[in-house]
Design a protein around this ligand. Structure first.
Ligand SMILES: NC(=O)c1ccc[n+]([C@@H]2O[C@H](COP(=O)([O-])OP(=O)(O)OC[C@H]3O[C@@H](n4cnc5c(N)ncnc54)[C@H](O)[C@@H]3O)[C@@H](O)[C@H]2O)c1
Length: 326
């Protein structure tokens, strides 16, 4: 159960929350890349092998990692939607889950541990207003969480840094902030996390404005995590990475859209022209050599074109600013 092999050799990886929206793609992607992956979740849905476990139970968590002989743990299990439970419940559940999983991983002699944070740590939509010091947002822009979910995610990052200081001689840690996750079936019309389709989010910018028009394909996150696990032994311990698509989930430039929904941001958003997103994953590109490969313009399934006999890869959904695709 010692540290995993370095380089591109197969690892034994436990994905917590492997049955979830993001977890299913992460599990599938890592398995397709040749790793042995165990989904550990309260629910079923992470494929086989999987284990049904409440990861708030410290001994159950430790046993899960130790019995599988895990080289790596990717921690996704959480209450994943702000205000989807009482604030106190979100805070206590998410922070307890993160601490329990990190502690259990160290006890089980796991060598690489990655924890999911969130871009909500930046604090957009704060009731008192929000203007960041710059766009695009990067990992050096100071976090200003304003709800229990975002605060719990900042705590995840702080726990990762804390564990890195305490155990960094033998365990490698990192945190990542995935943008609004689009699972593969959601390109074809399944509902996204907030209960709208991707197309509805494009048609009504107010829906996507709440997340600053950010998104990332879940399969790109899986690719990111594979690259991160591979590079963990050689990068600085305890780093945090933003993980987002290279364009915005919008049909208009964010220099025009952001000030409409986030008063006071016109000056800082002025440089976001063309399809540029509000978040940059440049750090991941620089330190890991990872870049996302999926964009909504090529992934969104165009039912009208499909009905006309065209494949999903040959449509062009670029429309004039403000125009509806169809
Ligand atoms: N989906 C997004 O857009 C997004 C964006 C940023 C960050 N994140 C983070 O990524 C992670 C995954 O998000 P998701 O959208 O897949 O969420 P999800 O709700 O679909 O999946 C979370 C999974 O965790 C499991 N879980 C919760 N508590 C558990 C427990 N005590 N023991 C075992 N399993 C437990 C749930 O059963 C569920 O399958 C979360 O940490 C979330 O905060 C998600």
């Amino acid at each position: 159960m010692g540290n995993g092999p370095s380089g591109t050799e197969p690892l034994r990886i436990v994905v917590t929350g492997g049955a979830g929206r993001l977890g299913r793609s992460v599990v599938a992607g890592l398995r397709a890349a040749g790793h042995a992956v165990l989904s550990a979740d309260r629910e079923s849905g992470g494929g086989e092998p999987s284990v049904a476990v409440d990861l708030l139970d410290p001994e159950a968590a430790r046993r899960t990692f130790a019995d599988f002989g895990a080289d790596a743990v990717i921690h996704l299990a959480a209450i994943a939607v702000p205000f989807s439970a009482p604030e106190r419940t979100i805070w206590t559940t998410n922070t307890a889950l993160a601490f329990t999983v990190l502690e259990a991983a160290v006890q089980a002699e796991v060598g690489r541990v990655v924890v999911a944070s969130s871009p909500t740590v930046y604090g957009y939509n704060a009731p008192g207003g929000w203007v960041p010091e710059r766009f695009p947002l990067d990992e050096d822009v100071p976090p200003r969480p304003w709800n229990a979910y975002a605060a719990s995610k900042l705590a995840h990052e702080q726990l990762v840094a804390t564990f890195a200081r305490q155990h960094g001689d033998r365990v490698r840690f990192a945190a990542f902030r995935p943008c609004y996750v689009i699972a593969p079936e959601e390109w074809a019309g399944a509902l996204t996390q907030q209960g709208h389709t991707v197309r509805a989010r494009l048609d009504d910018p107010a829906l996507s404005a709440a997340a600053l028009f950010n998104y990332v394909d879940a399969r790109d996150v899986a690719d990111f995590l594979e690259r991160l696990l591979e590079r963990l032994p050689v990068i600085t311990n305890g780093e945090t990475f933003l993980v987002g698509a290279e364009d915005a989930l919008a049909r208009e430039p964010l220099a025009e859209l952001l000030p409409r929904f986030h008063p006071g941001t016109a000056a800082v958003a002025a440089g976001l022209t063309g399809t540029e997103p509000a978040f940059t994953s440049a750090k991941a590109a620089q330190l890991l050599g990872w870049r996302p490969t999926r964009r909504w313009r090529s992934e969104l399934v165009d039912h009208d074109h499909l009905a006309g006999g065209h494949g999903p890869g040959d449509h062009d959904l670029q429309v004039p600013a403000g125009g509806a695709a169809r």
